[in-house]
Design a protein around this ligand. Structure first.
Ligand code: EPZ
Length: 429
């Protein structure tokens, strides 16, 4: 299993190209199931999750071609994918594939809308919390689906097709909003989704569906109104930049000190996180099509932060912020309100010398003068990258095990950081 070795203590200086957003790419690829015509996606990041989802979609009958991809070609920013689901050949998403990636559960909505039936394995537990699917089932039932859970599978049927409905989500869910919005695009009549997730990735998917011919109002607001159409057509759509990758590199620069231009980043996608960094004493300057992040020798100030649905501070940056605050001049508090168990990085950060105590959903981080490198291991994507950030800021060598977590969501991480002066390398085994 690959590992990453980081030798800390270097400032980061240079430029980093921000990739297309993983969490938009996955549902955008799934949207191809809704149409018999070609969906072309530009700026698709090269990630393990994307490769796995392509496998899952091929299983359902989606024909997928990557433009300009030659084996052995150097990694390039953003690939173009052509996805064409002329015929859905299988409406079952099996356990062995869905269990590997939760987002693949989202095929339930499009398969049900287009084929009037779907059988999708329950996604199962996950390292960051229990993550139930009740909101998906509630939303699709409101659209007229009959739903049973049999042998670990959600079996959904809508013999005469889905119809419009009114859904009031009791809790904000990115996945349930996307899944129901996709299904409603092909339902008969109008659907209203209240308390819809406003994450930029939801808006990106909605805009792509519009380009395919869907009629969606209220994009980027908490109320989506969808007038169903009988079929969707071809479209071309460029994936929006990854706000979590942007925030992650911004925090890396904040942790090591330095001056880095994050190219392609859009500040409006992560204002809450950039505000927190400014409060911590980091200089943030949006430039034309980029964001410049700078920290000189000023000490980091502690912050008090709560994760929230968009436009609040994202749970997907919580671990990275915690890594940063381990070095602040004072005590920070970080409350995780989205997932109940997203603190697996804490014990690993402590191995590097961090002073963190946990009480329920609240982490108290007392800044220390210096972290010291150590071997560490993480259990999810964002936790892993928080260890990279801590390793970059630590004295000496940090070895990060289970790199496959990072490969799920960060394109060319070592190259991007290495180009800015980080001493980081992959150790293959
Ligand atoms: C998406 O997950 C992201 N995944 C997550 O990113 C992200 O952390 C999360 O949204 C929150 O922003 C992708 O986009 C692929 P939710 P999702 O449904 O949709 C509860 C990463 O690292 N809930 O918005 O699965 C749930 O348990 C990943 O890139 C229910 O109770 O998250 C959680 O407490 C990790 N019932 C809350 O809602 C349901 O039926 C928000 O989860 C569904 C969700």
């Amino acid at each position: 299993m690959d590992r990453i070795r980081v030798r800390g203590g270097r400032r980061l200086e240079g430029e980093i190209e921000i990739s297309g957003a993983k969490n938009a790419t996955l549902p955008l690829m799934i949207a191809s199931l809704l149409s018999a015509e070609r969906l072309t996606l530009e700026n698709v990041p090269h990630l393990a999750d994307v490769t796995l989802l392509a496998r899952i979609l091929r299983n359902h009958g989606v024909d997928i071609a990557m433009e300009g991809k030659r084996s052995g070609a150097p990694p390039h920013p953003g690939e173009t994918y052509h996805l064409e689901a002329r015929e859905i050949v299988d409406t079952t998403a099996p356990y062995d594939l869905v269990a590997k990636m939760r987002a693949s559960f989202w095929v339930l909505g499009p398969l049900l809308a287009r084929c009037h039936e779907a059988r999708v394995s329950m996604p199962g537990g996950c390292a960051i919390g229990t993550r139930p699917v009740d909101l998906y089932l509630m939303g699709l039932s409101e659209l007229g689906a009959e739903i049973d859970v049999e042998g670990g599978y959600v079996v959904a049927r809508a013999p005469g097709g889905l119809r419009g409905g009114r859904i009031i989500f009791p809790k904000v869910s990115v996945g349930a909003t996307i899944c129901v919005m996709m299904a409603a695009s092909l339902a008969r009549g109008e659907t209203v989704i209240e308390n819809a997730a406003r994450e930029p990735e939801v808006g990106d998917v909605a805009r792509c569906l519009q380009a395919m011919g869907a009629r969606i109002d209220g994009i980027d607001t908490g109320t989506l109104t969808i007038a169903g159409v009988s079929s969707l057509g071809a479209a071309r759509h460029a994936v929006l930049p990854d706000r979590i990758e942007t925030g992650t590199y911004a925090m890396a620069v904040a942790a090591t000190g330095g001056d880095v231009l994050l190219k392609g980043a859009r500040a409006e996608l992560l204002e809450a996180a950039l505000d927190v960094l400014e409060r911590a004493g980091v200089a943030i300057k949006p430039e034309d099509g980029a964001i410049r992040v700078r920290r000189n020798d000023v000490p980091l100030q502690p912050v008090d932060v709560e994760t929230r649905p968009f436009p609040g501070f994202p749970t997907d940056l919580q671990a990275q912020l915690m890594a940063l605050m381990t070095r602040a001049a004072g005590t920070s508090t970080i409350r995780e309100t989205i997932f109940e168990n997203r603190f697996m990085h804490v014990q690993e950060l402590v191995r590097l010398g961090a002073n963190i105590t946990l009480q329920g959903d609240l982490a108290t981080v007392r800044g220390v003068a210096q972290l010291k490198g150590a071997p560490v291991m993480a259990t999810d994507l964002r936790a892993s990258v928080s260890l990279v950030i801590a390793g970059l800021a630590a004295e000496g060598e940090t070895i990060i095990n289970r790199v496959y977590h990072l490969d799920r969501g960060f394109e060319n991480l070592e190259r991007k950081l290495g180009n800015c002066g980080a001493v980081i390398e992959r150790l293959s085994s």
